[in-house]
Design a protein around this ligand. Structure first.
Ligand code: ADP
Ligand code: MG
Length: 149
């Protein structure tokens, strides 16, 4: 089952991130898709705030940042990645096998590296547009998880 949500404001995007966070226990992979200014980092800020993690900034220049809160959060941004092998060079496998929540921006650039079971969040729109958000669960765990969102 796919969920479609219209997100009218930055505040609503933060709220959506929080609602998703409320269903997470650690070990999940959240794959974000959408262009510059779509609201990916805003979604991550909302998700993180529900875990008592503030001060999320884009990890564009370091590819990944790890945060400690109620649960660990690993925030990837693949925008400047040359290719997906670079991900594995920085220990992507270790992040995937850890108990932390992994959330990744620009997943369209590293499709081949993504775990087959994941929660996909596709955001379209930019600027002052209302954002259309498509939530696609891949795998039984994620199907169950989005029932409550
Ligand atoms: N409905 C909305 N949802 C999310 N962001 C919005 C919305 N409307 C306007 N914005 C603005 O769009 C920008 C999104 O930026 P950001 O989250 O950094 O995008 P990305 O990480 O996808 O490049 C923010 O400045 C935010 O205030
Ligand atoms: Mg971003």
């Amino acid at each position: 089952m796919i969920k479609l949500v219209d997100v009218e404001s930055e505040a609503d995007m933060l709220e959506l991130g929080k609602r998703v966070a409320g269903q997470l226990h650690g070990g999940e992979f959240i794959a974000l898709f959408g262009g510059l200014g779509a609201g990916k980092t805003t979604f991550v800020r909302g998700l993180a705030s529900a875990l008592d993690i503030e001060d999320i900034s884009s990890p564009t220049f370091n590819i990944v940042k790890r945060y400690g809160g109620k649960l660990h959060l690993d925030h990837f941004d693949c925008y400047r990645l040359a290719d997906y092998e670079e991900l594995f060079a920085i220990g992507f496998d270790d992040y995937l096998s850890s108990k932390s929540i992994v959330v990744m921006e620009w997943c369209e650039l590293v499709l081949d590296a993504l775990p087959s079971e994941r929660l996909e969040i596709h955001i379209t729109g930019s600027g002052d547009d209302i954002r259309r958000v498509e939530i696609i669960p891949l795998g039984a765990v994620y199907e169950k998880l989005i029932e409550e969102i």
